[in-house]
Design a protein around this ligand. Structure first.
Ligand SMILES: *Cc1c(COP(=O)(O)O)cnc(C)c1O
Length: 441
């Protein structure tokens, strides 16, 4: 249960999220169901924005990294909170634009952006495109030239800092499909290349050092490396970078191994980062850059839960007990992909003591289709409602129609009231793009 009051247990012993009873939500919307607490999403956006405003004179911008959870409503919330977004595909960009998002506040990422994606980005006048290859720089310059505009760009660099949950390592070279390494001269080379382009305007640098990071110094260290590089480019190329985009990666609570951070802790991440940026600017006698951060997981992760109905229960004597739910890897592939550990509880009996450890299985035809192993629960029965916590990030956005299961709907809860933000799929949606050649009919 997190301390930021998204989740509570009411007098009926039911789990509540954002003031709504999970059992009532299931009665109204069915399962499986993604549920998001709007207040938590907004609060997280505000913590980051307010900290940049108060500690850095507002000389920067928070971008919601929308690959964590992309749908039109979430861009509408970001718009109301006066922050920007980053997108990593034409689909995310299209969704943001359709939600009425100001293109100037959109940053576009991707290690292999398609021509069609670059065209959409340029034509819709996105604020910044983060260049990740020489080829992309050439294509972009050509597109901008044909439209007679100058496109603002950043360069994605690898500072040689790899962050992991509780530690970070410094490496001379980063083996990554993303970005240009600073240490081997690639970042300097692409800088020179872009500066020679008539229709590109190089504004600065971007890096993203990892995800689910708790070590505060990681971000500061990355900023140190990129700012050293910026100072070097000023001397060598007479190029003054104005923008430093340090990416996202702030960690969240999933299970008992993770810290439960308070809002103040997230502000503290930024304070440490901002101090490092100020120190480096002073050390190199360069202007303090416009500071951009891109939190995704930490904005929506703990805001979301998934509700399922328990179906088949199978006990293999002396080995383990499987509790199967009506969802699985098609709505949450993260256990199958990374063996991610989630916390679960029975939403209709949230006040009862846990008496057994079970494996939560999905309904897909894969043995690896699990949601949690060794999950402590009261003795679950068919018909109970299982809640999986901290599923707001990288669940819906990674969902698929595997086995032709329907991707669950998502509802947004605000002060106890709930509304769809993603409507339920139907079987007709599933066959919508199927085509049967004449000779097969
Ligand atoms: C994924 C990603 C983010 C967001 O990372 P989180 O761990 O979700 O905060 C930010 N920037 C870039 C470039 C990314 O690829």
């Amino acid at each position: 249960m997190n301390e930021r009051a998204t989740l509570k247990i009411n007098a009926d012993g039911h789990l509540t999220i954002g003031g709504a009873d999970a059992v009532d939500l299931v009665k109204q919307f069915g399962t499986p169901l993604y549920v998001f607490d709007e207040a938590h999403i907004r609060n997280m956006m505000r913590v980051y924005k307010n900290t940049i405003d108060s500690e850095y004179n507002g000389n920067g911008q928070v971008l919601y990294a929308s690959k964590a959870f992309s749908c039109m409503a979430v861009y509408a919330i970001a718009r109301q909170e006066n922050i920007g977004v980053d997108v990593v595909s034409g689909g995310e960009l299209y969704t943001a634009l359709k939600a009425g998002f100001d293109p100037q506040k959109i940053y576009m990422h991707g290690n292999n952006k398609l021509l069609s994606e670059l065209e959409l980005a340029v034509d819709s006048k996105v604020g910044y495109i983060v260049v990740d290859s020489f080829r992309e720089a050439d294509i972009l310059d050509e597109l901008a030239s044909r439209r007679n505009i100058k496109q603002n760009v950043l360069i994605r660099v690898n500072p040689g800092v790899e962050a992991h949950t509780h530690a970070f390592v410094q490496t001379a070279r980063t083996d990554s499909k993303f970005g240009f390494s600073i240490s081997d001269g690639a970042a300097e080379e692409i800088s020179l290349h872009i500066l020679s382009k008539k229709n590109l305007c190089l504004k600065g640098y971007h890096c993203h050092i990892g995800s689910q990071i708790f070590e505060k110094q990681s971000f500061a260290l990355a900023a140190d490396k990129v700012m050293d590089f910026m100072a070097e480019m000023k001397i060598k190329l007479s190029f003054t970078a104005e923008v430093l985009n340090i990416g996202g990666g702030f960690g969240i609570w999933y299970n008992e191994e993770d810290p439960k951070l308070k809002y103040a802790d997230y502000a503290e991440y930024l304070k440490v980062l901002i101090q490092a940026v100020k120190n480096k600017a002073k050390e190199h006698a360069i202007k303090e850059p416009y500071l951009v951060i891109e939190p995704g997981r930490s904005i929506v992760g703990e805001a979301g839960i998934t509700l399922y109905t328990v179906g088949a229960i199978k006990e293999i004597q002396g080995i383990k007990k499987y509790v199967a739910v009506d969802g699985g890897m098609f709505d949450n592939p993260r256990y199958a992909l990374y063996q991610s550990k989630y916390s679960v509880l029975l939403a209709n009996r949230a006040d009862e003591k846990c008496t057994e450890k079970v494996t939560i299985a999905g309904k897909c035809c894969e043995s690896g289709d699990l949601i949690a192993v060794d999950a402590a629960l009261p003795k679950a029965e068919s018909g109970d409602i299982l809640a999986v916590l901290s599923t707001g990030a990288y669940n819906y956005s990674m969902a698929s129609n595997y086995n032709r299961n329907l991707i669950p709907a998502a509802v947004l809860v605000k002060e106890g009231k709930s509304e769809y933000i993603v409507k339920p799929q139907t079987y007709d949606d599933i066959i919508r793009n199927d085509a049967v050649p004449e000779y097969l009919k």
